[in-house]
Design a binder for this molecule. Structure first.
Ligand code: GLC
Length: 790
């Protein structure tokens, strides 16, 4: 039963179509009473919609959209007939009802993807001026919803309601809303296909997926314009790639940034940091980075060092570097009010701190006590901030920076953030905090990324941020904030990371083991097993609840930890390849099952299993003391990673999960490139990569990306992207290799590891020459044909 549409008195609606015009591929419809609707057919799959209530549009400016995105060519036609005004591309039709300007998006064969209920409407914002801009769409029967960034809840968002307003939420729980990030993209999947809606409005925004009214999806913002992008599918993966390309991708990370990282609030003094590092090496836990949290600073003043705890920062960083560790440091936005502190002095002299409408500085308590805060929405301030990294990066040799508290977070005030009358430059479009709040953290991370790159001597670096808005992924990786050491949080970390990845932010992870409280050994083991499949893999804890190093939980945990992190290091070439695909095509590095096969209804609500890249499916064990787990394997055939047994897809299986082995499956036909175990990236000169080749009857493509792992040559083509096309039948298995790019790799050989063959190998031919079974194969090969004993 459909709800009746109830129009309230406060709500205003567009009137009828009067005329239209087209300038620069923007179609502008004028309605009676000044309202204008702009339709931008941006690509064949993306249509942007904007409204102006008084006939004048705001300057067209967005922090989300990637300036460097080359919109592919669009073919569209306008079909102005009777009651309907239609803009048609090769993939989507945008149909405007001329009576009321309600919009229906249809597939090209005329199926309704998304139809408006009340459609666009607005209410006066009595308190602040402007309007609350709203939109409601018909919720189709069985429709599922995904996306929205870091929301800590079930994967399918149906019958839930959310707010986007970056918030420091220490010790959040399932369904706490909002959290740190504001990522207003959602996906809908119904019988006619999948589509996405990206509401590019940075004010506080809200989304309701059938909670208030069961057959209505609505979204609204507390100010600004109704400005959204309709992104067509029909596949969820297509929508995700398109959204991610529209809002941008990061640069390739240094390979070490995909290694294991150890953090705590805080490791100090320097001797303690060195002791942690050498224990990692003694106990042979591979590790690439160690973090310095706020206590490395002098009284929490950013860009300073506590001279007692860290008398020789460069000496420490160099010492760590010699042992194969990169040093990461935290930088928060709050600058201590201290007349003797050069960063404060300079910020004051140059007028870089945020002010309130009456001209007073916004003053708030964070770790250093009372602080002022730079306006990162001003280009000059970002440049200044970038320059402040010279000392840390160029002089001391720090490899990357962790930006925290940038919601922006304030202590001891109910709102936890700035007052709403704080003014921001917003890159020349002066505004207040209501509009700038959600992008503040992202602009801080942007300034940081620019500074670190400037001083890194041509090397790549790692940036992490807690807060941000759509597009933040261009500048930074993220973590999910202050979680708790419970099994429920392990599940939350799993779902949040999947959700972030499909929201354009693949480079994400959680505080492994939990930030608050100490995990029991079992939780720690299960969490690292999940963590190695998250692109960002870091243990972090608040420190005041006990130790959280791999050796803090007894022998068994230490062994499991080592075995698990060793697997991460073996899989680095696979993860790096998956990162390249994210960088190059916008594919999420980890994906929910429904993004693998949306036509299989069983996948729609599955949320603990997920895919990492094209061929690995992992099933984290998120229950205490569980020694088996239920895993749904989607259509295809799957090899059990630990036993090599073959399982049928399209079914749920109950599989063993001993405490040292989380269930992992490899898609039949997949070829997984593998490194030897190293204690850190670059420890060994690797000239041979093992290819784990999983037999399949049929064909499958796999990839292997390689470059120098830390410079920018790949941007000029110095990389290799190798495609392996596997084809198998009862008697043969063949692999045809093709390659893009021209990197002169140190990897010269492949070692073949054949898994799941239906019969013994009788002969192996490489480019038509017979070779012995165990021989290393030059990476220059073109075809391998393996004959099987019939
Ligand atoms: C915040 C961060 C946490 C960090 C702490 C001290 O709570 O979320 O990761 O350790 O501040 O800097």
């Amino acid at each position: 039963m459909k709800n009746q549409i109830v129009y309230t008195e406060k709500e205003n609606y567009p009137k009828n179509y009067v005329s239209h015009s087209v300038i620069n591929n923007i179609i502008e419809i004028e309605s009676s009473e000044d309202l204008k609707l702009r339709i931008y057919p941006l690509t064949n799959d993306i249509i942007r919609i904007r409204y102006s209530l008084d006939g004048y549009f705001d300057a067209d400016f967005s922090y989300a959209i990637d300036e460097n995105y080359n919109f592919p060519h669009v073919d569209y036609i306008i079909d102005d007939r009777g009651d309907e005004f239609i803009v048609k591309t090769t993939n989507v039709r945008c149909v405007v009802n001329k009576q009321n300007l309600k919009i229906t998006f249809k597939s090209i064969d005329g199926k309704v993807l998304c139809e408006e209920e009340k459609g666009f409407h607005w209410e006066k914002n009595e308190e602040f001026g402007g309007y609350i801009v709203q939109n409601s769409k018909v919720l189709q029967k069985g429709e599922c919803f995904y996306g929205l960034g870091d929301k800590p809840t079930d994967l399918n968002l149906h019958e839930k309601k959310f707010t986007n307003w970056g918030t420091d939420e220490y010790g959040y729980h399932k369904d706490t809303d909002p959290l740190y990030k504001s990522i207003p993209i959602y996906y809908a999947l119904n019988d006619n296909g999948a589509y996405g809606i990206f509401l590019d409005n940075t004010y506080q925004s809200h989304f309701d997926f059938g909670l208030e009214r069961e057959d209505v999806t609505s979204f609204w913002a507390q100010g600004g314009e109704m400005n959204y992008y309709f992104i067509a599918g029909p596949e969820l993966m297509d929508v995700c790639k398109r959204y991610t390309q529209l809002t941008g991708v990061p640069e390739m990370p240094p390979l070490w940034a995909l290694g294991f990282q150890q953090c705590k609030w805080s490791y100090y003094p320097d001797k303690e940091v060195l002791a942690i590092a050498s224990k990692m090496r003694d106990l042979r836990i591979p590790c690439d980075a160690i973090y310095l949290d706020i206590d490395y600073m002098d009284g929490f003043r950013c860009f300073t060092w506590d001279k007692e705890k860290f008398p020789d920062p460069k000496g420490l960083v160099d010492n760590l570097k010699e042992q194969g560790f990169q040093t990461m440091v935290i930088i928060d936005p709050g600058i201590k009010i201290d007349k003797n502190y050069s960063v404060f002095q300079e910020g004051m002299e140059k007028g870089y701190f945020c002010k309130r409408i009456d001209g007073h500085y916004v003053e708030g308590k964070v770790w250093p006590g009372e602080c002022y805060f730079p306006d990162f929405t001003r280009p000059e301030v970002r440049e200044w901030w970038a320059g402040l990294y010279k000392g840390l990066i160029e002089e001391v040799g720090v490899a990357g920076v962790w930006n925290d508290m940038n919601e922006p977070a304030l202590f001891e005030v109910e709102s936890k953030t700035f007052p709403l009358d704080v003014l921001h430059d917003y890159d020349g479009h002066q505004t207040g905090h209501r509009k700038a709040h959600n992008i503040y953290g992202m602009q801080m991370a942007r300034a940081t990324a620019e500074g670190v790159r400037q001083f890194s001597g041509g090397k790549r670096s790692l940036i992490i941020t807690r807060s941000g808005y759509s597009g933040l992924q261009r500048y930074s990786s993220v973590w999910t904030g202050d979680n708790i050491a419970t099994f429920e949080h392990l599940w939350l970390a799993d779902v949040q990371a999947q959700r972030l990845a499909i929201s354009g932010i693949s480079f994400c992870g959680s505080d492994i083991g939990g930030f608050i409280n100490q995990p029991n050994p079992e939780l720690m083991m299960r969490w690292i097993q999940l963590g190695i499949f998250h692109p960002f893999c870091r243990v972090h804890s608040s420190g005041d609840h006990g130790d959280q190093e791999p050796w803090s939980f007894g022998e068994e945990c230490l062994d499991v930890f080592r075995k698990t992190v060793e697997l991460r290091y073996q899989l680095l070439p696979y993860l790096y390849t998956t990162f390249y695909q994210y960088y190059n095509e916008g594919t999420p590095m980890i994906r929910p099952l429904v993004f693998f096969d949306q036509y299989d209804v069983q996948t729609k609500d599955r949320d603990h299993e997920f895919l990492c890249g094209d061929h690995i499916l992992v099933c984290p064990i998120v229950k205490d003391e569980a020694r088996s787990g239920k895993v749904y394997l989607p259509t295809s055939q799957w090899y059990h990673f630990w036993t090599n047994d073959l399982y049928d897809g399209g079914k749920e299986h109950n599989v063993n999960a001993p405490v040292d082995e989380m269930p992992i499956f490899i898609k039949a036909g997949g070829i997984i490139p593998r490194y030897p175990v190293q204690q850190y990236v670059g420890e060994k000169t690797i000239d041979t990569v093992t290819l784990d080749i999983y037999y399949k009857q049929g064909s499958e493509s796999s990839y292997f990306y390689d470059d120098d792992k830390n410079g920018y040559g790949y941007e000029q083509g110095e990389f290799t992207y190798t495609k392996f096309e596997l084809t198998g039948d009862q008697e043969h298995l063949s692999i045809v290799k093709t390659q893009e790019g021209n990197y002169d790799s140190e990897i010269k050989n492949f070692k073949l590891n054949l898994i799941g063959l239906p019969a013994e190998v009788s002969e192996i031919k490489v480019d038509n020459l017979i070779v012995s079974k165990d021989v290393l194969i030059s990476t220059a090969f073109e075809t391998i044909t393996i004959s099987l004993k019939g």
